[in-house]
Ligand binder design. Structure first.
Ligand code: PBG
Length: 309
């Protein structure tokens, strides 16, 4: 009877699994601050995707971890067609054309400053950054990416990227905008995984203040006008009200990013026997869906899928 009246149904098909990519071969390197999460080289990421596909996961968001010597102030490696990230994206699409492949657009993995935009005299140059984000997006679309994921929070980037894509014949490549991305402590483990923490300062001049809700409406209005296909809220758990607000006010699908810190909190306390990790995972994912997210990006995707299989 409980099943009959259950209001929120979570499906493996709602989930996008974020994966971390490193250069090299035959490598699976654990992320210490994210128990159960690894960094994969191209060959091992292909095997990982294959095993996830068997479990019913069909969407993946790949993030590259770049070594320091490939970083510079302008993130030029991000659109080098021979860079290991773009090569791996091409290979994933070649071997698994049925996969829904999402990418990350932001300068931080490639930036010697560890920021999402160009830094000059301690300030972020918004408009100059757009050109780099445009080149990066185009390179990723050329590699076969289905959903471009601008996580940088520069103003005007969705419209700029949309125009670049359209001009170059990528009309069918969609954009999932990180619409309401807050300056959050919960990104800590992710920055460990990618070694991408800012070298100075913080991201508060471009990411949102956790105290603000209405500001999310301004961001969402702009993203809609600029041509976003999906709106994303990030992190998810402390921002369930933001998810609900966007879901109620916009006709496009809303996604939520259940971020690294939200994952690691559960893993760490479950390891100590302080909470039931499996139940906590189910409760968290269900609450994000209940709040109004149609799509959830989560490091729990594989564990959830294994539980359901
Ligand atoms: C950076 C980016 C971040 C995340 C995704 N893309 C971190 C940041 O903004 O510093 C965080 C994801 C997570 O914590 O799981 N462009």
């Amino acid at each position: 009877m409980r099943n009959l009246v259950e209001e929120t149904n979570l499906s493996v098909k709602d989930l996008i699994l974020p994966l971390f990519l490193i250069e090299g071969s035959n490598m699976i390197v654990p992320v210490n601050s994210m128990p159960g999460v690894n960094r994969f080289s191209e060959d091992t990421i292909l095997r990982e995707i294959e095993s996830c596909l068997k479990l019913g996961i069909q969407a993946f968001d790949v993030f590259p971890a770049y070594p320091e010597h490939l970083k510079d102030k302008l993130a030029s490696e991000s659109y080098n067609p021979e860079t290991f990230y773009l090569k791996a994206l091409r290979e994933i699409k070649k071997q698994f054309p049925e996969v829904c492949l999402m990418s990350d657009v932001a300068m931080d993995p490639y930036s010697s400053d560890g920021h999402d935009g160009i830094v000059q005299d301690g300030e972020i140059l918004n408009d100059e950054t757009l050109k780099i984000l445009g080149r990066m997006s185009l390179a990723q679309a050329e590699a076969g990416v289905d959903i471009i994921g601008p996580s940088d929070m520069m103003d005007g980037r969705v419209g700029y990227i949309r125009e670049e894509l359209d001009k170059n014949g990528f009309k069918n490549t969609s954009i999932m905008s990180y619409t309401a991305k807050y300056a959050s402590a919960f990104y800590g483990p992710f920055r460990d995984a990618l070694d991408s923490a800012p070298k100075f300062g913080d991201k508060k001049t471009y990411q949102m203040n956790p105290a603000n809700l209405k500001e999310a409406l301004i961001e969402a209005d702009l993203d809609m006008a600029e041509g976003a296909d999906f709106l994303m809220v990030k992190p998810a758990l402390s921002y369930l009200d933001v998810i609900k607000l966007l879901q109620e006010n916009y006709p496009v699908p809303v996604a939520a990013y259940n971020v690294s810190g939200e994952y690691s909190m559960i893993k760490a306390s479950a390891e100590r026997g302080w909470i039931d990790g499996e139940r906590a995972m189910l409760e968290v994912l269900t609450s994000i869906k209940r709040a109004g997210a149609k799509i959830i990006l989560t490091y729990f995707a594989k564990e959830y899928a294994m539980l359901k299989n």
